[in-house]
Structure formats: structure tokens, C-alpha cells
Ligand binder design. Structure first.
Ligand code: HEC
Length: 159
């Protein structure tokens, strides 16, 4: 019940910010790289767990879009360009990640030639789908330190 109330509150804020800011249609702000209804097509690749102490919130879950699924799950082939890896972040007390999502961290595969970014786009997105930051050096700086066996091609969540 509590989570339903929180979700309702989030939607109200989202509608409010869309109408007041005209979010994203002026071409100046970074746009969110994953769709609002991603839950209907993305697949969970890492189940609900505590983070490794590296992000702001304590419970996380990782999903990929269809194109990123095999590379993330099997860790044998390269990620195709455009593949999305999405981390949902939940309250530290939300043991099964069933409550409201507090924010997302997301990676989108870029073509070779973006080695300084580890060939990924990096976004932090708040619960109302505002892009909080994009391609922050701390993101790829830290992810560069996740080599196998814990990490794979810039991703860090252990299987
Ligand atoms: C201090 C290190 C550190 C920083 C800074 C950091 N990450 Fe991470 N990230 C990790 C670790 C470790 C994980 C594995 C899961 C966990 O512990 O949260 C992870 C997991 C992720 C995942 C899930 C996919 C995966 O397996 O890697 C995404 C997406 C992600 N981070 C994006 C970001 C973005 C975007 C930023 C910057 C806004 C960022 N990270 C900053 C260390 C970091």
C-alpha cells in the first residue's frame, strides 16, 4: 500500500514537470535513452541485491533491452551498438525491489572510437525521467576498474 501511494505521487510530479518544462522537446536537454515502458520488453539479468557500495542507493536490479541480453548474460560476444543496460535503484530497505524506483543508472553501447567513455554512453536518470547527468567521468572512471571475472566490457555487476 505504501508503495502504491509513492508511485502515485511520482506520476503526479512527472506530469507536473512535463507540462511546466516542456521536457526534451527544445533539443537542448539530454534525452533519456530508455523508453518509459521498458518493463514490457527488457529482461532482468541481475536480480534484486545490495549494491557493491559504489552507488548512492542500496538495492539494485539490472535489466537489458533485447539487443543487449545475450552479451550481458553470456559474456562471450560483444555488445551490439545501441544496446541498453539499465540499473534500477531502490530504497535500501526494499528487500525484494518491489517498491518505488528512486532512480536509474543506464549505459548505452556506442561504436568503437569512444574508448575514453569505454564505448558506452552514461546517464543517471531521476524517478521523473529527468537526465541528472550524462557521461560523467566518475562513471566510466570507476567502471574501468571492473575487469573480468567480476565485470565484462565496462559492466560491473557480478553474476
Ligand atoms: C565508485 C564506482 C562506480 C561509480 C562512480 C559508478 N559505478 Fe556503476 N557500477 C559500479 C559497480 C561496482 C556496479 C555493480 C553493481 C553495484 O554494486 O551497484 C555498477 C553497476 C552499474 C550498472 C549496471 C550494469 C553493470 O553491470 O555495470 C549501470 C548501468 C551503471 N553502474 C551505471 C553507472 C553510471 C551511469 C554511473 C555514473 C552516473 C556509474 N555507474 C557510476 C561502480 C560504479
Amino acid at each position: 500500500m505504501r508503495s502504491l501511494v509513492v508511485r502515485g505521487f511520482g506520476s503526479a510530479l512527472l506530469l507536473g514537470s512535463l507540462s511546466s518544462l516542456g521536457c526534451g522537446d527544445d533539443g537542448t536537454s539530454d534525452s533519456v535513452v530508455f523508453p518509459e515502458d521498458y518493463a514490457s520488453t527488457y529482461t532482468e539479468v541481475r536480480n534484486c541485491r545490495a549494491n557493491g557500495g559504489s552507488h548512492d542507493f542500496n538495492r539494485i536490479r539490472v535489466l537489458t533491452d533485447e539487443s543487449g541480453l545475450v552479451a550481458y548474460r553470456d559474456r562471450t560476444e560483444p555488445f551490439p551498438e545501441g544496446a541498453i543496460v539499465l540499473k534500477e535503484e531502490y530504497d535500501s530497505n526494499d528487500m525484494d525491489c518491489s517498491g518505488a524506483i528512486k532512480q536509474w543508472a543506464v549505459m548505452q553501447k556506442l561504436p568503437a572510437g569512444n574508448e575514453e567513455l569505454l564505448n558506452w554512453r552514461w546517464q543517471q536518470v531521476d524517478f521523473a525521467r529527468n537526465v541528472i547527468n550524462e557521461d560523467e567521468p566518475r562513471c566510466f572512471g570507476c567502471h574501468a576498474g571492473c575487469p573480468p571475472p567480476d565485470g565484462y566490457d565496462g559492466t560491473c555487476t557480478v553474476p
